[in-house]
Design a protein around this ligand. Structure first.
Ligand code: PLZ
Length: 464
């Protein structure tokens, strides 16, 4: 895989090796301390405490080396302790850790904004505001869109995930665990049908799915009242749903024709994850605003809203910001992360991960009828697990597969409105042998867990 790509240097041996049963005794003890001190609402999905992370390996507190196929939810594309990023963090921390950009600015923030202007789709004039989390980026994108358009309504989609703050909970689709009992929610949010090829009416095109949403927008809200449409180009928490081709361009065109702001939430898909710098590039969509976070700073908390200068600059001085927003250490990490991504050609590595893994998942889907769908792009790939031969979600089986993978030393995440999607989000710097080992573990578990190793009854799985 890495023959034609720049070599990655690793500090920790890139081999899966288990010393104890998982979770090991130290993780078990730490979990007991966690439960006595940390709010129950912050339930970690993997009960294993991290000690050292590098490349595709996560070493736990018991000395077990696990394969990381989650990257801390699509964050550590450059690895969990990239040397260049760690050095940039240390150097900046030795000079100053904080001044507050709104009080005494510093170059790092400006540099990140310049880089984002150059890197994001479109050659138009752009501006950025830096914040601390993906949810905060989404909040700010909506603030900007409402102020710039003088309109209130915001359109979000089925299966969307945009965060856990009050406004972003309203934008997020799924009640449990994200919204249930946390209301009342922010007003003027409207939810429209998504394009979900596996569960949609057969044969519906992206343009038709967009039309279906647009008709409802025009009937229920009125075109002249819409401040913004916000959509994840590939939905993350909702199930790695790749809309049918043509869906995103049609929505973006409608927004442009009707004076609404098209916001691409690229918090999960951004920064090389899907094989291009940003996922909307795959269909040549140029968003008015992008919300960015996760992969941007190698694990440091940083997020951004990058968009058309006339939109961002419409906001009065003091209308955007925050004490820690665009923290100098996080900015230094982002500059080093983006440089590393270019040097290691991480978009190409994401494409190589797709080229290696997707055919294997597709072959497995032909063999096993618990796999309803295989989809995704780059290093953002997923399997939708169903009751054999049907489209009925199988969330318990999905959980069992992830749990079994963990006991074998592979960290696998699940997602989806129906909780039945296994998602693969390896660090983009993972080596080919380690990736092969991780996927082999998944293959073997799926074979064992498929009732009677049952063969497919349906025709080809939908694949995008
Ligand atoms: N927009 C598209 O994927 C974060 C959330 C996990 P924050 N996704 C992981 C969880 O259970 O909290 C996300 C996203 C998209 C916004 C966000 C929010 O980003 O940095 O978690 O606030």
């Amino acid at each position: 895989m890495s023959d034609r790509l720049p070599a990655v240097a690793y500090r920790v041996p890139q081999v899966r090796a288990l010393r104890t049963a998982l979770p090991g005794p130290r993780s078990v003890a730490l979990n007991a301390r966690r439960m006595a001190a940390v709010a129950a609402g912050v339930g970690p999905s993997v009960p294993i405490f991290a000690a050292d992370v590098d490349g595709g390996i996560l070493v736990d507190v018991d000395g077990n080396s696990l394969i990381d196929l989650g990257s801390g939810i699509a964050v550590t594309g450059v690895g969990g302790s990239n040397a260049a990023v760690a050095q940039a963090i240390a150097e900046q921390a030795n000079r100053f850790t904080h001044t507050c950009f709104m009080v005494t600015p510093y170059e790092g923030y400006v540099r990140v904004a310049e880089e984002l202007a150059a890197l994001t789709p479109g050659t138009h004039e752009k501006r950025s505001v830096l914040v601390n989390s993906g949810a905060e980026a989404v909040e700010n994108a909506i603030k900007v869109a409402r102020l710039a358009t003088g309109r209130a309504a915001v359109v979000a989609f089925d299966h969307a995930y945009h965060g856990r703050t009050n406004l972003t909970m309203a934008l997020t689709a799924k009640a449990m665990p994200y919204k249930a009992h946390f209301g009342p929610f922010a007003p003027e949010i409207y939810r429209m049908p998504m394009s979900y090829p596996f569960r949609d009416e057969p044969g519906i095109t992206g343009a038709q799915a967009a039309r279906r949403a647009i008709i409802q927008i025009e009937k229920q809200i009125g075109a002249g009242s819409v401040a913004a449409l916000i959509v994840e180009p590939i939905q993350g928490e909702g199930g790695f749903i790749v809309p049918a081709p043509g869906f995103l361009p049609a929505l973006a065109d409608w927004a442009t024709s009707n004076g609404a702001v098209f916001i691409a939430d690229e918090v999960q898909t951004g920064f090389a994850r899907t094989g291009t710098w940003f996922a909307c590039e795959a269909e040549g969509v140029v968003p008015d605003i992008l919300t960015l976070a996760k992969g941007i700073a190698g694990g440091m908390p940083l997020a951004a809203v990058t968009g058309r200068a006339e939109l961002l600059d419409a906001v009065h001085a003091g209308g955007l910001g925050g004490t820690y927003s665009g923290n100098p250490v996080a900015c230094a990490a982002a500059v080093a992360t983006l440089r590393t991504m270019r040097e290691l050609d991480l978009p190409a590595r994401a494409r190589m991960i797709e080229a290696t893994v997707l055919p294997r998942l597709r072959a497995l889907a032909h063999e096993l009828d618990v796999i309803g769908d295989v989809r995704g792009r780059g290093a953002m790939l997923a399997l939708e697990i169903v009751a054999p031969g049907t489209t009925e979600p199988a969330p318990d089986l999905t959980k069992a597969i992830a749990a079994e993978a963990l006991t074998q030393g592979v960290v696998l995440l699940t997602c989806g409105t129906y909780g039945n999607v296994i998602r693969l989000l390896p660090p983009l710097v993972i080596g080919p042998e380690l990736l092969d080992d991780g996927i082999s573990v998944l293959e073997q578990i799926l074979r064992q867990r498929s009732p009677g190793g049952s063969l497919r009854r349906r025709s080809d799985p939908v694949s995008v």
